[in-house]
Design a protein around this ligand. Structure first.
Ligand SMILES: Cc1ncc(COP(=O)(O)O)c(C=O)c1O
Length: 525
């Protein structure tokens, strides 16, 4: 057993706890290094009595709380305005971002967010909209939403698009719920979803959240779905196949037409995870591949910023058979212009209902449409081609030093595993930490789970040849050093404000808020 099913059963064992190390000795008096200042928590900077604003004492007033007023100070740190400004500015400077440099996280697609999108999203006519405004005053916003849906329908070839889901995983939920609604309406609810081992963890999690049993499909030696295994598992209990294409190994599922035909023959739906649409936008229309439902991550393909669980946007494109179940609200045209269907009524009697307040993430819609219109259809195709070209350039430049997991050309991301580190005592994690010392954000590590010690690299289309070369030179040099000086990797990163952390401890026993010292000790125990 490999892949996410193994991880879910707790047998993965690839991610080991990193040793905690004390901060290195520093030659400076107070811990600052260069102009990188050591930052204390706001509570640790507390100077009682300090305040950023001078407010006059409140006039005497009669209590209306029946003696329930707080009798003790609220316990906030006393800070002046400059202290607060410096604190947050210094924290922001410690943040690494796509605006700082190359961000080669595979699967996460950290692509440049064009400033034009930001400018358009900040136009007061969009930014100052209130979701409860009368529909007659938001006709322009509704037109924008419809125009975006039109672009997405055109690019996917699918007849309907639901825009409200707030993230890729939310889009998966929407798609699965429409499939469940369609099967239930047919009187054939079915209970099982087939999910390839290489899938993003959100796929099986979403299907399980919808009440389905999950049945994993192995990969074949080429890193694609094992068609024979898939066909063997198809049957009357299968509600849908959830397939990512291009898949999380960065490969196009080139048997997809046969896969679609087999799924349909078994009376099941074909759900596609379209989070990697940035590799094929403008080149392939998912509808032509036989897909019935597919979510798109606007934050991956159409350059809206990542939202850390939201506010992202994960629209779902639906085939005609699923469209009647699309979530509310629906925009329809009437005599007074556009209006909204917000309840199960009229043509929307089979909808799955609301998934999200109002229309979804309006700011993301504006950014995504701005990106699409500024590129045009041919420009979007060029984006996909350049993303694939850049990934393949890195693939070739790193091929001599790293071990590529599956032979041949890749799509928008390239997958390596840790065979190149065999017998060095250096693990994928050590390698990634050493990259930080060289000034590069690491690639995605240990995902997908179908290969051992994965390193998944996605450069995106906006990196220049010079920046790709600098990255490739560094990775190649580190790979050579792993053979001659493995010990240096175990201490990495050495140049960061904090050394290697106990990542398992941080995930399992997180300390998420400041507490006075004695309480903190107790929480850690
Ligand atoms: C292939 C794939 N599917 C699903 C998701 C989930 O998307 P989100 O993080 O927006 O929920 C991602 C996220 O990057 C992904 O790469």
């Amino acid at each position: 057993m490999t892949g996410w099913s193994q991880a879910l059963s707790g047998a993965n064992g690839q991610m080991t706890a990193a040793p905690s190390e004390a901060a290195p000795d520093t030659p400076t008096f107070i811990g600052n290094r260069g102009l990188q200042l050591e930052e204390k928590l706001l509570f640790e900077q507390d100077s009682p009595g300090h305040c950023g604003v001078d407010l006059p004492a409140p006039p005497p007033h009669r209590s209306r709380l029946g003696g329930l007023e707080r009798q003790t100070p609220i316990g906030l740190p006393g800070l002046s305005e400059p202290q607060v400004v410096r604190h947050f500015t210094r924290l922001s400077q410690k943040n690494y971002a796509i605006d700082s440099g190359l961000y080669p996280l595979g699967s996460c697609t950290m692509k440049h967010n064009p400033r034009l999108n930001e400018k358009v999203a900040r136009l007061p006519g969009f930014a100052d909209l209130h979701p409860l405004q009368p529909v007659s005053t938001i006709q322009g916003a509704l037109e924008l939403i419809e125009t975006l849906a039109h672009w997405l329908r055109t690019l996917t070839g699918m007849p309907a698009v639901a825009l409200s889901p707030a993230a890729g995983a939310h889009g998966e939920l929407c798609g699965m719920m429409t499939i469940r609604a369609a099967l239930t309406a047919q009187g054939d609810p079915r209970r099982r979803i087939l999910v390839p081992e290489s899938a993003h963890g959100t796929n099986p999690a979403t299907a399980a959240a919808c009440g389905y049993e999950i049945d994993p499909i192995p990969n074949d030696p080429r890193g694609r779905v094992d068609l024979t295994a898939l066909k063997a598992k198809l049957g009357p209990a299968v509600a849908a196949l959830m397939l990512t294409n291009p898949n999380t190994c960065g490969l196009f599922e080139n048997e997809i037409l046969e896969i679609a035909a087999s799924v349909h023959e078994a009376g099941a739906f074909f759900y596609a995870d379209g989070a990697n649409f940035n590799a094929i936008v403008g080149r392939v229309r998912p509808a032509d591949l036989g897909i019935d439902a597919l979510h798109l991550n606007l934050h991956k393909t159409f350059s809206t910023p990542h939202g850390g669980g939201g506010p992202g946007s994960g629209p779902v494109a639906l085939a005609a058979s699923l469209a009647p179940h699309a979530p509310l609200p629906w925009i329809v045209h009437g005599e007074g212009g556009r209006r909204l269907i917000e309840h199960t009524e009229g043509s929307a009697t089979q909808t799955i209902g609301r998934l999200k307040g109002f229309h979804g993430q309006m700011g993301m819609f504006v950014r995504a449409l701005s990106y699409m219109m500024s590129h045009g259809a041919d420009g979007l195709r060029q984006v996909a081609e350049d993303a694939v070209l850049n990934a393949n350039y890195l693939r070739v430049r790193l091929a001599g030093a790293l071990s590529q997991s599956f032979p041949g050309a890749c799509m928008h991301e390239v997958l390596f595993d840790d065979r190149f580190l065999k017998d060095t005592g250096v693990a994928t994690l050590d390698f990634a930490k050493a990259l930080i010392d060289e000034g590069f954000h690491p690639m995605t590590m240990y995902f997908p789970l179908v290969v051992h010690g994965a390193l998944l690299i996605e450069p995106t289309e906006t990196e220049s040849k010079a920046s790709l070369d600098q990255f490739a030179d560094t990775v190649n040099a580190l790979a050579a050093r792993a053979k001659t000086d493995p010990a240096s990797f175990h201490a990495a990163p050495r140049l960061t404000p904090r050394r290697r952390l106990d990542e398992t401890g941080a995930a399992r026993k997180p300390l998420l808020r400041w507490r006075p010292e004695p309480v903190r000790q107790e929480a850690a125990e």
